[in-house]
Ligand binder design. Sequence first.
Ligand code: F6R
Ligand code: MG
Ligand code: MG
Length: 392
Amino acid sequence: MGKITLSVIKADIGSIGGHIKPSQAVIDAVAEHIRSNGPAIGIIDFYVGYTGDDIAILMSHRLGLQRSDNSVHRLAWDAFMAGTIVAKRQGLYAFGQDLLKDAFSGNIRGLGPAVAEMEIDERPNESFILFAADKTDPGAYSLPLYLAFADPMYSSGLLLSPGLQKGFDFHILDVNYAHCPKCDRFHFTDQRCNEVEAENPAGDRVITLSAPDGLYKIAALIRDTERYIIESIYARDNGLQAVAVSTTRLHNIAGKYTGKDDPVMLVRVQSSFPATGEVLAPFAIGHYVAGFMRGSHNGPLMPVKMNSPISFFDGPPIVSGLAFSVHDGEFTEPADVFDQPFWDEIRSQVSRKAVEIRRQGFFGPAMLPMSELEYGGIVHILKELDSSFQIR
Ligand code: F6R
Ligand code: MG
Ligand code: MG
């Protein structure tokens, strides 16, 4: 049958009454664009849904990852443009927010929308989960991925299945090494343009580490959720790709913070990969992630039902999970993995964690460090106070 590519592309192009959820008319406009124009370029099937203020477009096709014309990215870009026209007409808040550039230029990576893609040899009973998160960034997925793919305390298959026992290769990206829009070269984001070596290589800075042998090294990196992001995971037993995460950092594109990156992720499950339930298990922690109000706080990640809005303190950070079966590129309807009574109790626990950390407001770990604040207001206060300090 040849290879199938799964592409998920998501963007915030405006929402009702603040950063809450997109309108039905906008979602319909996005879906209609894909429905009308997808088949002509080779889209086999698609699904459109939302998580908080972000719309995700899931597509299957046989065009691969290295598409010379990038027709799949262009299609998604144009669909978000079509949605933005409706969002503007309806007066939705922050319409077109994630479309950072005026025109499509070859590849949607670097233009604003988040992308996760995987080219796979479709198994006869191919099963995967589409995760979409809002009010947080790609580092939010690192803990659940680590626990599901490397920790037998959470993932019993790592003990019980001979295939899974061989472990997994983690590809981890250093997102602080990026293209600089000011000097048009690649350098570390904390480096000044004029301090950069002329011969800095242009490209992503990536490392591959294996679990279980490299466990401590993986942990040492991913504890820093703002810099080192798990980008993909491969089974060592057969080399098959299990995971693809969107690793966009909007501030690297825009040169300043324009919102948290609200990542999407594809995870293949079962047989040579962890079972669906093993992948879901770590989400019961409701771990603290960066994001929440103004993208500038820490809050617990709440697993929510599909098409859930944002609420308390522009949060809490949420994640949805839709499981699909796919055959010859045709999707089943989604099975909502967090729509089950078990998760109601988890949601209550996460709400309590959210209220608890909010009690201390701006103080200490409740608010993110300076480098990660989405708004520059505090810088102005500090600048103003600077001249009033005296040396005693
Ligand atoms: C966070 C987010 C919101 C906004 C907040 C203020 O990613 O989207 O929390 O930051 O609602 O929005 P503005 O500055 O647009 O009024
Ligand atoms: Mg938003
Ligand atoms: Mg969002």
